[in-house]
Design a protein around this ligand. Structure first.
Ligand SMILES: [Zn+2]
Length: 175
């Protein structure tokens, strides 16, 4: 940051302050001692996530990616599909320009994409995320998917087998 008085290139910061989405810094030239102020816009401001229990948590790209990877485990997805999805979701969140976003908004963004991409991954994610109260509701969700199956590009679907797997993992009560 050049000094506006003598054009010297180095200055020290004497104070920083958040003003809306801008950081205001007071600086002092290291050569002539001239004091000046700069305003820096924050371009990549990530929202804080509000969790279900109202606790706040810094958004974590890694955590988001891990959740999606888990749902997509062993699914025959093209290389880079998940990374691209994560990129899109992060970009979507940032472009909202909000200081705080509910975790349910993030969850819906993921489910929207998984639903179009791969039904098995979608069901896996939804079963964790929505915490289906019982296996009947999960089954209904799958039936809706199968009935509405609009995309020829959908990957092979084995709902019964997958439901059994999810049900075992969740240790649900009797149906
Ligand atoms: Zn100066």
């Amino acid at each position: 940051m050049r000094c506006p008085h003598c054009s010297y290139e180095d200055s020290k910061v004497t104070d920083s302050r958040d003003v809306d989405d801008t950081i205001r810094r007071r600086r002092q030239c290291l050569s002539c001692g001239h004091r000046f102020t700069t305003y820096e816009r924050v371009h990549t401001r990530k929202p804080v996530i509000i969790k279900k229990d109202q606790r706040r948590e810094e958004f974590s790209r890694d955590k988001l990616a891990a959740g999606i990877h888990k749902a997509c485990e062993k699914r025959p997805l093209p290389m880079g599909t998940i990374e691209k999805m994560v990129d899109e979701i992060v970009a979507g969140l940032n472009s909202m320009g909000r200081a705080e976003v509910s975790s349910s908004v993030v969850g819906e963004l993921v489910m929207q994409r998984l639903r179009e991409l791969d039904h098995i991954a979608y069901i896996r994610f939804a079963s964790v995320y929505r915490d289906f109260a019982d296996i009947t509701r999960l089954k209904r969700e799958v039936d809706t998917l199968v009935a509405g199956r609009p995309l020829a590009s959908q990957l092979p679907l084995l709902p019964e087998e997958e439901i059994a797997t999810v049900a075992r993992k969740r240790k649900s009560g009797p149906p």
